[in-house]
Design a binder for this molecule. Structure first.
Ligand code: P1T
Length: 379
């Protein structure tokens, strides 16, 4: 079955009571039981909800996984996944991740005896070298937010599995349409559904999918036990979003490539970060494990002053955090999404004061380019 067929039908069976072709929003907190211990598989809405279940099945199918769990945000999904490790365990993390992931690991979870090592996972031998006897997880983000560093999913999975370590991949930037990490051996895939999966900038959510039965059972237990579930309405919005994921990603990818090419030639732009560009040092790897390059582009204009000018001069692009929606968003990682990352780390990775990030939306490509062009002219 093709990707779009799955996106439209997996988990989306017509409603058994009415035949409604769209899964209804089951806005209920509980379910009537026929007798003690006699029910239809639904007891209480934190534990099970048909709309959420439909979404979990849908995204699991798109990533090629058996099990899926939807959470109240991408961060809640990542937090739940980290409940698979315990005090005294060690986790290896890509040294460039979304700032919120870095903050969760270093400011919250490290207080509970979990040890984190941030390494450059773009070279699998760095991961291999960082594995210790107590390493239980490798957490990858690829491409990374915002400087688009790629990790070789197969190579990292191979070195981790050789030592019995599970591999998690945050696939938010690509969506399962452009990259399916499990096909390269990754054990758990996580998404902020807030982004491409929802696609319309109207809901916050997260999802984790996996195949291992024991880990899945525990993740389901954590979802219910800690309770950071996705609401029925937000589940429904994401279900609606994934139906058009393929066509949206095609257009994000098409415009992303055109805008990266425009920026690369622009005299005011010192450097661009886009895996689709031939100048990206990992272009070949990106081509191997991704179906396209997507709509996230970052570029450096050399100074905070020039970045501010661009960010404040755009008219069509909206200055805002987040990404993956229909409208083009522009942001300043150093002071916005990655403000919680240590300054030294930011400098080393390339998150400079002059770095600007664009989430290329679905407006006409030439309109986005014209807007960036007039804003860059002022810088
Ligand atoms: O915002 P939330 O749904 O909790 O998702 C967190 C998250 C996780 N992983 C990646 C790769 C992300 O980019 C994010 C959120 N990112 C932004 C809000 C942003 O503007 O980059």
């Amino acid at each position: 079955m093709g990707f779009s067929t799955k996106a439209i039908h997996a988990g989306n069976e017509p409603d058994p009571t009415t035949g409604a072709v769209t899964v209804p929003i089951y806005q209920t907190s509980t379910y009537a039981q026929e007798g003690l211990g006699k029910h239809k598989g639904f007891e209480y809405a934190r534990t099970q909800n048909p709309t959420r279940l439909a979404l979990e099945r849908n995204i699991a199918a798109l990533e090629g996984a058996k099990f899926g769990y939807a959470f109240a945000s991408g961060m809640a999904a990542i937090d739940a996944i980290l409940r698979l490790v315990h005090a005294g365990d060690h986790v290896i993390v890509s040294d460039n991740t979304y700032g919120g992931t870095f903050r969760l690991f270093t400011r919250i979870l490290s207080n509970y005896g979990i040890e984190f090592s941030f390494v450059d996972t773009s070279d699998a031998s760095n991961v291999e070298a960082a594995i210790k006897d107590n390493t239980r997880m490798v957490f990858l983000e690829t491409p990374t937010n915002p400087v688009m560093i790629i990790s070789d999913l197969q190579a990292v999975s191979d070195v981790a599995h050789a030592r019995g370590v599970r591999v998690v991949c945050d696939n938010t930037f690509m969506s399962p349409y452009l990259q399916r990490p499990m096909e390269f051996g990754v054990d758990i895939v996580v998404h902020s559904t807030t982004k491409y999966l929802n696609g319309h900038s109207d809901g916050v959510g997260g999802v984790a999918v996996l195949n291992d039965e024991k880990d899945a059972e525990w993740l389901g237990f954590v979802q219910n036990g800690a309770g950071a579930i996705l609401s029925p309405f937000d589940s429904w919005l994401v279900l609606r979003g994934t139906k058009t994921l393929a066509v949206r990603m095609e257009q994000h990818d098409k415009s992303g490539r055109a805008i990266a090419a425009f920026l690369e030639e622009h005299p005011k732009v010192e450097k661009i970060y886009y895996p689709g560009s031939l100048s990206h040092r990992q272009h070949d790897l990106a081509k191997r494990q991704q179906k396209g390059f997507g709509g996230m582009v970052a570029f450096d204009v050399g100074s905070l002053e020039r970045a501010r000018t661009v960010l404040e001069a755009v008219r069509l692009c909206t200055l805002a955090e987040s990404l993956g929606g229909v409208e083009t968003l522009i942001s300043h990682p150093a002071t916005m999404t990655h403000a919680s990352v240590l300054v030294e780390t930011r400098q080393r990775i390339g998150i400079t004061d002059g770095l600007v990030r664009i989430s290329v939306g679905l407006e006409d490509t030439e309109d986005i380019i014209a807007d960036l062009d007039q804003a860059l002219d002022k810088a």
